[in-house]
Design a protein around this ligand. Structure first.
Ligand SMILES: Cc1cc2nc3c(=O)[nH]c(=O)nc-3n(C[C@H](O)[C@H](O)[C@H](O)COP(=O)(O)O)c2cc1C
Length: 173
């Protein structure tokens, strides 16, 4: 299965600790293509045709990003708004994602204990990610359970190495 990992981190090669390690692990995984979207589009102007071609060549698409304000970094939203065109992703002849798997690989600052109904963040991570689940269903893709790296702040080298190994397994399934 060919997997396309679209990484949305505003500073993957600089400030990022967790997503940089996960992206590096993804790059070393057979049949996985990684695109650093902020590096490709520093001015925010997305090449829609190039993105659609990358999706069409894949069997599975993964959005990888750090959770920002219970959502994604802004370029991911722009990507959805511009790339998921009517007549391509949905509506009319829009079946580009049919038969493909769709997943999210997200990192959070907060630990999992805060993503509970009685925790500081009120909602589980599956609830926070409902817009992506809904989008996957709307475009006819098969939603895969998200890969989550909780508690990114001060994550130990051992825990990050383990997360990277688990990510490679997730991408190889
Ligand atoms: C603008 C901004 C908003 C954030 N919002 C959240 C949030 O809503 N929930 C959370 O758990 N962490 C939040 N964080 C923490 C990031 O998710 C965390 O720093 C990131 O996942 C670490 O990945 P990295 O090392 O690749 O940057 C936020 C960080 C930033 C910079």
């Amino acid at each position: 299965m060919k997997t396309l990992v679209l990484v949305f981190h505003p500073d993957l090669k600089g400030q990022s600790h967790v997503n940089a390690a996960l992206a590096a692990a993804a790059e070393k995984t057979p049949n996985v293509t990684v695109r650093d979207e902020y590096a490709l589009y520093p001015d925010g102007k997305i090449d829609v045709k190039a993105e659609q071609a990358a999706v069409e060549a894949a069997d599975r698409v993964v959005f990888q990003f750090p959770l920002y304000w219970f959502s994604s970094p802004a370029l991911l939203k722009t990507w959805e708004d511009e790339v998921l065109e009517h007549g391509w992703a949905y509506g009319g002849d829009g079946h580009a994602f049919e038969g493909k798997e769709f997943a999210v690989a997200v990192s959070t600052g907060s630990p999992e204990s805060k993503y509970q109904p009685d925790g500081d963040n009120r909602y589980t991570i599956d609830q926070v990610l409902i817009p992506f689940d809904g989008t996957a269903h709307h475009i006819g893709a098969t939603w895969v359970k998200p890969f989550v790296t909780f508690a990114s702040f001060g994550i130990s080298d051992e825990a990050l190495t383990e997360a990277a190994k688990n990510y490679q397994e997730f991408l190889s399934k």
